[in-house]
Structures are given as structure tokens and as C-alpha cells.
Design a protein around this ligand. Structure first.
Ligand code: CA
Length: 228
């Protein structure tokens, strides 16, 4: 998880950087609002922002306002002073998602950042490739618009392959992905599910390619054509 920390108190910023880094987060620290604003305009920037309100130059309120004015949905957690109720209200009204009052427990900050990042992860409702579509909400598989019956495990294997697009997945990865249904799966069982799926999606313009000695990947007819 990539976190942008905007904090002009160098000691606090350094502490946050070390704590969040220790929790496996990639942390970038800036000490003023203008640099934060510039960084947040970069594509593929932070997944979540920790934002102090009192900053030199552009303050935290302005950073949030500019961010939301650009249509960005990146979650923002404000750091506010004790007794600054109006600040918190104003920050939330401008589009911040959460706040913590200084001083705060770092464990709480970590938990809240993780919750914010999770909330912001869009969950696709339909996975599709070629003429194959899995509607995850209705739990329905379709090939060329026609419903296809899949067992729970076939569904799980196909969903996993679709989630990985054109990347190769190993048989072991597939087993781990569908383990909630049982712990006795063998590599051979995966081969059986794959061969059944191949028959069921034969008309979809999508094939499950075997990568010998490793695993499988989904390939659309269009991609195959482009390779030739
Ligand atoms: Ca400050």
C-alpha cells in the first residue's frame, strides 16, 4: 500500500514513516501542501493520504479541496489538533474520509489506513474475456450470452483465471485459491477442472492455454490472432 504522508513536523513525519514502513507500507513524506498537491496530480500516486491540516503555504483544507475538485477519490485521513472540532467538520465536509486527533496511537492509524484503502478498492461485478462473462453478483456464467452451468469448483478456477487476465497461474496457486471448498485437492484434480472448463467455454473465443511444467493462462482468440 502506497501512503503519502503530508506533515510539516519533521519528527512526527519521520516517526510515521518508520511505523508505516514497518507495517509493509510504501511511504512518501512531504512537508508542505504545495508539494503534496503536485504529487497527488501524478498518475498512479498514493492509495491513501495522511494529511496534517496546519501546513505552510497551502494548508490541508486546500489540499483536500483541490484533490476532490479534480475528481480524485483517493482516501484522505486528516491529522487534527485536540479540541479542533470545527477543523474536523470542515475537513470532512471538504471531502476528507476520516481523521485522527493528535496525539494518536500508531496502531489505530495503521488500522484506519488499511480500512480506508480496502473501502476504496473497487470490486468488479462482471469478469469478462472474449465472449465469456462471469457475473459475480448474480453468480452466473455466460458464453455468447448463453448461461453455462459450472460447479462451485469450476467456477472458482475460472474466476481465478479471469482475475489474472493474461498472466500465467500455477496449479498450486489455483489450489490455494479454491481451498475453501476442501483441503484434499491434488494437482490432478485441477487438471480435471480445467478440462471440464475447456469443454464448457469452447465457444467463447477464449481458451485455457497450458504452460507446460507450470500452469495455465487464459487467452482470447483475438490475442492468439495477433501473435500469428
Ligand atoms: Ca502542522
Amino acid at each position: 500500500m502506497h501512503v503519502l504522508v503530508v506533515e510539516d513536523d519533521a519528527v512526527l513525519a519521520d516517526g510515521l514513516s518508520r511505523v508505516l514502513g514497518g507495517h509493509g507500507m510504501v511511504v512518501e513524506v512531504v512537508g508542505d501542501g504545495a508539494r503534496a498537491d503536485a504529487l497527488l496530480q501524478r498518475a498512479g500516486g498514493a492509495e491513501v493520504v495522511v494529511l496534517d491540516i496546519g501546513l505552510p503555504g497551502i494548508d490541508g483544507f486546500d489540499v483536500v479541496r483541490r484533490l476532490r475538485a479534480r475528481g480524485s477519490l483517493v482516501p484522505v485521513l486528516l491529522l487534527t489538533a485536540r479540541d479542533a472540532v470545527e477543523d474536523r467538520v470542515r475537513g470532512l465536509e471538504l471531502g476528507a474520509d476520516d481523521y485522527l486527533v493528535k496525539p494518536f496511537a500508531t496502531a489505530e492509524l495503521v488500522a484506519r489506513l488499511r480500512a480506508l484503502a480496502r473501502r476504496n478498492t473497487p470490486k468488479p461485478t462482471v469478469l469478462a474475456l472474449g465472449e465469456l462473462a462471469l457475473d459475480l453478483t448474480a453468480r452466473r456464467a455466460r458464453v455468447r450470452g448463453n448461461p453455462v452451468e459450472l460447479s462451485a469448483r469450476e467456477w472458482a478456477v475460472l474466476e481465478y483465471l479471469l482475475q489474472h487476465g493474461a498472466r500465467v497461474v500455477s496449479k498450486q496457486q489455483i489450489i490455494e485459491a479454491i481451498l475453501p471448498w476442501g483441503d484434499d485437492l491434488t494437482l490432478n484434480a485441477v487438471e480435471v477442472y480445467i478440462s471440464r472448463l475447456r469443454l464448457k467455454i469452447a465457444d467463447a473465443g477464449v481458451s485455457i492455454r497450458t504452460i507446460r511444467g507450470f500452469g495455465y493462462m487464459l487467452e482470447s482468440a483475438a490475442a492468439r490472432g495477433a501473435d500469428d
